[in-house]
Design a protein. Structure first.
Length: 277
């Protein structure tokens, strides 16, 4: 290939490369920003937030904003979201991108869109996601999550579940069963953000070929803030109440009673002075 031919080929390739870079992540940025918004709005209301204990001890969290009905009848949902995994040091990984499909959970009448939140209580199931996909309820037990910052599991299903799930529609956040829903890694989105041939495990172990955009990294920061707040709240609740120091009563002062004069024995004789002439 001649020099002039190489220059011409390069001039055609560069615009395409820049165009690909410019359009590689707008959709992914929006997904991460929406997931961050959902997390912030949910945690802002203590009565309907993810329980502090669960968020503090979570092994992974999935947020899928704006899932939509997949059919006209009761049926599954379909949506794209993010997944962050707890690191060995207690921090959170950069988010990987996932898809959620299926799961007959039933929308309210007239509700076409809802946010879905999944919290993993154990590491079981994460390997299945990293290696491809898994089905909630089949590959790992799932149950409707408890509500409120101080809530805890109250049923056998909740106690045995490895994943707790919630859904929010029209501002109402509630635990909901998601049996049958399939969670999969969105390889195309992950490669658009982290580089070609980047695997999910590379993302979760911070070994991706390139850094994510500030919008995507912002989700990791917001999740770290939320889990730190949950831990601080738990520590405050577990702190023993302050013990009052007993104060000994001060005895009342009793006014001293005047003592009577004592009789003097053999009183001294007093003689009158004799006038001097």
């Amino acid at each position: 290939m001649s020099y002039r031919t190489r220059i011409a080929a390069l001039s055609l390739a560069l615009p395409l490369a820049f165009a690909a870079a410019a359009h590689a992540g707008p959709r992914e940025d929006a997904q991460a920003e929406n997931a961050m918004r959902v997390l912030s709005e949910i945690q802002a209301i203590p009565e309907s937030a993810i329980p502090d204990k669960l968020l503090d001890e979570a092994k992974a969290i999935v947020i899928v904003p704006d899932t939509i009905k997949a059919g006209l009848v009761l049926g599954g949902r379909r949506g794209r979201g993010v997944l962050s995994v707890r690191n060995a040091d207690g921090g959170w990984s950069n988010p990987g991108f996932v898809t959620l499909t299926g799961g007959s959970i039933g929308f309210q009448v007239g509700v076409q869109s809802a946010d879905v939140v999944l919290v993993f209580r154990s590491e079981r199931g994460l390997d299945s996601i990293v290696n491809g996909k898994f089905t909630l309820g089949a590959d790992a037990g799932v149950a409707a999550g408890p509500m409120g910052r101080n809530a805890s599991a109250s049923t056998d299903g909740q106690m045995k579940a490895e994943i707790w799930s919630w859904s929010r529609a029209r501002g109402l956040f509630a635990g909901v069963a998601l049996d049958g829903a399939v969670l999969s890694m969105d390889d195309k989105a992950n490669e658009a953000v982290y580089g070609q041939d980047t695997t999910p495990r590379m993302i979760f172990e911070d070994r991706a070929q390139q850094e994510p955009s500030p919008a995507i990294a912002g989700f990791r920061t917001r999740l770290a803030e939320a889990s730190a707040a949950a831990r601080a709240a738990r520590q405050d609740d577990d702190a023993p109440p302050a013990t009052a120091v007993p104060v000994e009563p001060v005895p009342a002062q009793v006014d001293a009673q005047p003592q009577p004069f004592e009789a003097v024995e053999n009183p001294a004789k007093v003689e009158a002075l004799t006038a001097t002439p």
